[in-house]
Design a binder for this molecule. Sequence first.
Ligand SMILES: *Cc1c(COP(=O)(O)O)cnc(C)c1O
Length: 377
Amino acid sequence: MQFRDLQRQYQLQKPEIDAAMQQVAASSSFIMGPQVKALESDLATYVGVKHCLTCANGTDALTLALKAWGIGPGDAVFVPDFTFFSSAEVVALEGATPVFVDVKEETFNIDVNDLERAISATIAEGRLTPRVIITVDLFGLPADYTSIRRVADRYGLLVLEDGAQGFGGAFEGKRACSFGDISTTSFFPAKPLGCYGDGGAVFTDNDEWAALIDSYRVHGKGTFKYDNVRIGMNSRLDTLQAAILQVKFRAFRDEELDAVNKVADMYDEQLSSLSACLAVPVVPEGFLSSWAQYTIRLRNRETRDALQKYLKEHDIPSMVYYPKPMHLQTAFCHTVKEEMCPVATHLTDVVLSLPMHPYMHAEEVKAVCDAIRQFFD
Ligand SMILES: *Cc1c(COP(=O)(O)O)cnc(C)c1O
């Protein structure tokens, strides 16, 4: 059994994907070919924002947003403590300071009460200027944007939605990657919408920021390519990846998002009898997840580690996302207090992500759930 079966997906989409790749090879339009613009237009429409600008990966997408806003030394950027390293790495790379915020145990997403506490504490300390809240749609579930927006407005902060895992998710009819002042996603192969290498995108309704990001992604270009008006990056999406994504996006939109939610429903139902031993992921009322991960919570670290070992012995792969909170990462731990963010720290001990993808068969879900039940018996 595969944790995320990309091979099964390719076999089903092979004729279309192979044709798309051959078309790019035949055209030799490898950089910024017509497929890139066409994909950007399709994704912007789907998400419901004015501009989509693709780039080299999801980390660059976050960096491009921070550059457009001129975030740098002396600025505080609030980041959830339970996420992939990129969400905070980009802040430090721009010379700004990440301030880690605890998360909610049930949703894994940023805790708005702790966010407000962190903002107030930063203001009271007076060393840094609060500028941006980076929210993460962890494991496919959009963060609590109603409350986040209220806090952002109260303190005059910008919201940067890290939708690397969230593409396809929704809240009250609005799609993920439309909730931030700028939002980003990643097309890393294992993300909800993945390409065949690295890729990413930035989304915004703001014309001025879109124009800046378009410049930053091509060496700070001005009115033409060899007129460079600012220090930028080389961060474009290859035409080949755009052509693959055009095919994969149609399957994602028309079939995979529904299919992966059916897999989640099967897991929920079959694991419900084990509610004394484990907690299944919570999708609050009004939210839709795109299920980048299906992550259960066990009682403690010993049980989690023992279950993972048991599953491995039965050829069932599982992953611990994430084994370390941001504030304890070696790259950051000199700047922060050991005892902060207790919920995020606890989650690193008890989470376990199970095999999850739109092409999982009912028998496979059953095999995973049966093995978990046997473990507890
Ligand atoms: C994967 C990921 C990123 C980075 O995306 P890349 O395309 O790998 O650079 C950023 N944030 C989160 C939450 C991610 O999961």
